[in-house]
Design a protein. Structure first.
Length: 342
């Protein structure tokens, strides 16, 4: 088996060495080089041709985001960003990074090793399979105009993982304020979902917020499940839809889980819903989307040609859960087309 060649770009000597030691313990990984700053990283990329690069955001001489913007057009490379809790990570995603992990605030070596084994390693392996050419670097291009929705008594449920932050942006930017209420799960570390919701809220026509129990699902509004240890479910209260955000065990390795949300939509909204599954590794959301379709909901899956990782949409398609398979740029239009026939 060919090992995944990794370049680590990190200015902290201690953290850098811990990354090297622990990543090299995995038989599928080989750290071929390290760099302290983007200038050193550029030379190491040319010399070692890594399969994946891990990148700190805060670096000397040039920050990681500026480096990504210069690097990606000339040398496309799967990049996993290691970031402290900051909305800068979404600038890095817009600049072409595949995914990110939250830099741990750990008090012991054991906690740090656990982070590398259970979070960073997984992201590196997923990134090595990513289609870099499908990463959208301009999330907010010219807005499309679609026919207004005639009936807003419906809702839209969206699920995504790797590559999903930009994919969701691409879809949601084309929704107008007439779109039915949206509920969304994007696999993301705790703390970042609130920043992501604010980012979307600032840049889209619809209103976006991190979900809390009791939030109503309203036209022109989008609720994003908070990252962490809680699942988001749809509930019906007094004839309208609300969300319930409650702690629970991981499902399909994730909390929040797309399947948990989609299953609740299938039970509560049934044929009044549209389900959308976007780019991501694994199969989370596939069975839930199938349950939605069996309950009468209409379903859309992102196609392989535009996915960063064609995992979740593929599993859903193979199960028969996807009614319409669309390019990312066509999903908003398909949503409106479906809603106007419901």
């Amino acid at each position: 088996m060919q090992r995944i060649k990794v370049l680590i770009v990190e200015d902290s000597i201690v953290f850098r060495e811990l990354l090297v030691q622990n990543l090299n313990k995995d038989p599928a990984i080989q750290v071929v080089a390290t760099a302290r700053d983007p200038f050193e990283a550029r030379d190491k990329i040319l010399a070692y041709k890594p399969d994946v690069m891990t990148l700190d955001v805060e670096l000397p001489r040039m920050n990681g985001i500026e480096f990504l913007r210069k690097l990606m057009p000339q040398y496309p490379l799967p990049v996993v960003v290691i970031s402290s809790l900051s909305d800068k990570v979404f600038d890095a995603m817009s600049a072409g990074a595949v995914d990110f992990v939250a830099k741990p605030a750990v008090s012991s070596r054991m906690q740090l090793e656990d982070f590398i084994k259970n979070e960073l390693l997984v992201k590196i392996k997923i990134a090595s399979t990513a289609k870099i050419s499908n990463i959208k670097r301009t999330a907010f291009a010219q807005e499309q105009q679609y026919l207004s929705v005639k009936n807003s008594n419906h809702l839209v449920a969206i699920g995504a993982s790797t590559g999903g932050t930009e994919a969701i942006c691409s879809v949601v930017k084309d929704y107008g304020t007439d779109i039915p209420g949206i509920v969304c799960v994007q696999h993301m570390p705790p703390g970042f979902t609130q920043m992501y919701a604010k980012r979307l809220n600032d840049q889209c026509r619809i209103q976006v917020k991190e979900a809390e129990t009791g939030d109503r699902v309203l036209p022109g509004h989008m609720l994003i499940a908070p990252g962490g240890d809680r699942h988001m479910r749809l509930v019906k209260v007094n004839g309208g839809y609300q969300v319930e955000v409650k702690a629970g065990p991981k499902v399909n390795g994730h909390c929040p889980s797309v399947d948990v949300l989609f299953d609740s939509v299938a039970k509560v909204a049934r044929s009044d819903a549209v389900g959308i599954i976007l780019t991501g590794m694994g199969g989370d959301g596939a069975k839930g989307l199938l349950a939605m379709r069996k309950a009468g909901a209409r379903t859309i899956g992102q196609d392989e040609s535009t996915c960063v990782v064609y995992g979740m949409p593929k599993v859903a398609y193979d199960l028969g859960a996807v009614e319409y398979q669309e390019k990312l740029s066509d999903i908003a239009g398909r949503t409106y087309s479906i809603l106007n026939r419901m």
